[in-house]
Design a protein around this ligand. Structure first.
Ligand code: PRT
Ligand code: ZN
Length: 294
């Protein structure tokens, strides 16, 4: 058994670039070539298995890969349609490739109540998730299973509504469709089976997970520096999103002003800066943090 950790990733598609970028930010050095199924990480004992996203849950479950990055929608669907129970569980949510699996219908023919889906035809590429939803709601409907282009189904007369992934909503709008129910919220997730790893691989996995966690946290975390009147420091600290005990330093040549520096773990909006300014803060700088480890 190889001591190289194997990570299954989508080769090409909506998850691929984000997955590669995440791993590169974690310090993994690799090149993805056109035809290759495996990419070797040059500076760590890790191989990347580059495949179609639908295969990732079963590859992780069947030991072809130790961990994988996949859309939660694909993981849930594969678990529901697989003949055997798939040993693949979410170990970390990654926060990219967010989308929703929605029910949508042509304008003017919306289903105010989902109960009116009864005895209608619904086109989807997600029969597993849709069937489970209909079962839970006690609705009997006909599923029209498609491999793609689901948004065309109502206009060509093969379905009354659709169940498909939506992110910006532009595709639905271009096809005159409106969402009337979201049945699953999804984002990219890191998955692993319950199988135990060799101690060496386990250590390496822990290291990679710690780095991924650091990259995700540092994406929103910012370092804020500002000058403020000493008596406003408490109020200003309260306004800094997700900050913990800031550093306060006296400013040379000023009795009243101090410099305040804080790590903010939540998103900082323009509105936050305007509020800080109205409390007397000046020279406000918001700096990105490249790496974090706590
Ligand atoms: O070839 P392979 O099988 O690996 O890829 P694929 O074609 O099956 O999947 P891909 O690359 O299209 O999507 C991979 C994953 O990205 C999905 O499983 C989701 O987890 C996630 N994702 C995020 C999306 C979208 N956003 C998305 N918008 N997947 C698909 N879409 C579709 C949507 O259904 C619509 O048709 O993209 C189109 C544009 O969406 P709008 O709403 O922005 O117009
Ligand atoms: Zn796919």
């Amino acid at each position: 058994m190889t001591e190289r950790l194997r990570i299954a990733l989508q080769k090409k598609g909506r998850l691929a670039e984000n997955s590669f970028n995440l791993l590169r930010k974690c310090g993994l050095n690799f090149t993805v070539r056109g035809g290759g199924l495996l990419a070797r990480v040059k500076n760590m004992p890790i191989d990347l298995l580059l495949v179609r996203d639908d295969d990732i849950p079963s590859f992780v479950a069947n030991n072809a890969a130790d961990i994988g990055i996949v859309g939660e929608n694909v993981l849930v669907e594969e678990q529901l349609v697989s003949n055997v129970e798939l040993d693949a569980n979410i170990i970390m949510r990654l926060g990219f490739s967010k989308c929703k699996l929605c029910l949508a219908s042509p304008d003017g023919k919306s289903f105010e109540s989902i109960k009116s889906l009864k005895n209608t035809r619904i086109a989807t590429t997600y029969p597993g998730v849709l069937r489970k939803f209909l079962f839970k709601e006690d609705i009997k409907a006909t599923l029209v299973e498609m491999k793609g282009a689901v948004e065309l189904a109502p206009s060509i007369g093969i379905a009354d509504s659709i169940c498909d992934l939506v992110s910006s909503g532009a595709t639905l709008e271009a096809n005159g469709l409106k969402v009337f129910k979201t049945i699953l919220d999804s984002e990219a997730v890191l998955i692993q089976s319950n199988r135990s790893l060799t101690p060496k691989k386990e250590l390496l996995l822990k290291k990679v997970l710690r780095r991924i966690d650091g990259v995700i946290k540092s994406a929103e975390t910012k370092y804020v520096m500002l000058n403020a009147p000493r008596e406003k420091v408490d109020k200003i600290t309260e306004l800094l999103p997700g900050s913990d005990s800031p550093t306060i330093v006296p400013l040379a040549g000023s009795d009243n002003l101090v410099a305040l520096q804080a790590v903010c773990t939540e998103k900082i909006l323009w509105e936050n800066l305007e509020d800080l300014k109205s409390l007397g803060a000046r020279a406000i700088l918001v700096l990105p943090i490249e790496k974090m480890m706590s």
